[in-house]
Ligand binder design. Structure first.
Ligand SMILES: Cc1ncc(COP(=O)(O)O)c(C=O)c1O
Length: 387
């Protein structure tokens, strides 16, 4: 057994990031400033988005996007139960009603046919989540959205570097929201970005992200600026700082290499686990796409074992292998059980996955030996607990 604990994820940070943060700290300008602008421009160019708004998190991006679209009480937004809480929380906090559509059993992405069934006259938007970094099937989703006049908001928190039919997520005809949380494909500590082709929407979100102020502080306090400003609307405090962007500036050029390494490890897992009937491995979508391999999420077939998924994770920990839970489905969480109960039979695929899913270690700094340790631990746990 390995002697040190292997976490399920850890960021790949090098001297370039550290030196850039130190440079910001020494410069006297640490909040939103020229480095945020540099990161915004570089990110926009990478994903191919006409406009990009850097923020403190993807959660902030979801919040401001829904507000900018005018989502209000009575509006229904269709999304997936296999997501992080904030996708759904932001709908509720804007006054909207989340409507959960079931997922496909293999990719765990939202099932477009189930989306169609959930549309009512109150439906305003759909939020697909590119689960684990694999693109949802966007063409049929766009077709349904067009037919019913719905806005598509991509929760692209997992999808920095993902492509759908040759196009980067961020450049499709929609709104995409990325996360730079430390376990994501690139990080800024915490951070997020909204990408869109809609100039007015980008402007509205920009305004709302910083107090509704017509000019950001760094422009006002620059030698060429003037300290005066106007408040155009009541706004939030969701602006990314230069010390965050300093990290992102050096992460982005390494992203493609990070994804290549993630893919190598994921394919090694797929190969090593292929003959284990106790695991259902993540499926590749049938259309052309680039999987960014944010997560590696097999399902544990608990019917074939004496232990449940949570015990499986505890047993892995005893082997010094960390794991993550992405996700316990939304309708299985306490608040949703109480306030918006949905029967498991109404979301059979998400309910099934919710009780069986786990995330195995997957990050670019992992060595081949780390990956072999994960495989050995998984096989040990299965052998020791077979029915
Ligand atoms: C699918 C999904 N949506 C939204 C978020 C929120 O991202 P952030 O932590 O940047 O607010 C996450 C973060 O884990 C996520 O995984």
């Amino acid at each position: 057994m390995r002697s040190t604990f292997l976490p399920f994820s850890t960021p790949t940070l090098e001297d370039a990031e550290i030196n850039e943060v130190v440079d910001s700290l020494r410069s006297g300008w640490i909040t939103t400033g020229p480095k945020v602008k540099r990161f915004e421009e570089a990110f926009k160019a990478y994903v191919g988005a006409p406009y990009a708004v850097p923020l403190t998190s993807a959660t902030a991006g979801l919040h401001l996007t829904l507000l900018a679209l005018g989502i209000k009480e009575g509006d229904e937004i269709i999304t997936t139960p296999m997501t992080f809480a904030s996708t759904v929380s932001m709908i509720i906090l804007c006054g909207g009603t989340p409507v959960l559509a079931d997922i496909e059993p293999g990719t765990l992405n939202i099932d477009v046919e189930r989306v169609r069934e959930k549309i009512t006259p109150a439906t305003r938007a759909v939020i697909p989540v590119h689960f684990a970094g694999q693109s949802c099937d966007m063409d049929p989703l766009f077709a349904i959205a067009k037919e019913h006049g719905l806005t598509v908001i991509e929760d692209a928190a997992h999808a920095v570097g993902t492509e759908y039919k040759g196009q980067r997520i961020g450049s499709l005809d929609s709104i995409s929201i990325f996360s730079f949380h430390p376990n994501k494909n690139i990080t800024t500590g915490e951070g997020g970005m909204v990408c869109t082709a809609d100039e007015n929407l980008a402007e509205e979100i920009s305004l709302m992200k910083f107090h509704g102020m017509n000019r950001e502080a760094w422009k006002r306090f620059a030698a060429s600026g003037t300290p005066n400003y106007d408040i155009m609307m009541p706004g939030f405090k969701y602006n990314m700082m230069d010390i965050q962007a300093a990290i992102g500036i050096h992460q982005l050029p390494r992203l493609d290499g990070f994804i290549d390494r993630r893919k190598e490890i994921a394919e090694f897992y797929n190969q090593e686990f292929a003959d284990l009937p106790e695991l259902a491995l993540p499926a590749y979508a049938p259309y052309q796409q680039r999987h960014a391999w944010h997560l590696y999420t097999p399902l544990v077939r608990i019917e074939k074992l004496n232990i449940d998924r949570d015990r499986f994770m505890e047993e892995l920990k005893k082997h010094n292998i960390g794991s993550g839970l992405h996700y316990k489905a939304i309708h299985h969480h306490a608040w949703y059980r109480e306030h918006m109960p949905v029967a498991d039979e109404a979301l059979p695929n998400a309910s099934y996955a919710s009780q069986r899913i786990l995330s195995l270690p997957l990050f670019p700094k992992m060595t081949d030996e780390d990956a072999r340790d994960v495989v050995a631990a998984v096989k040990d746990v299965i052998c020791a607990n077979r029915r």
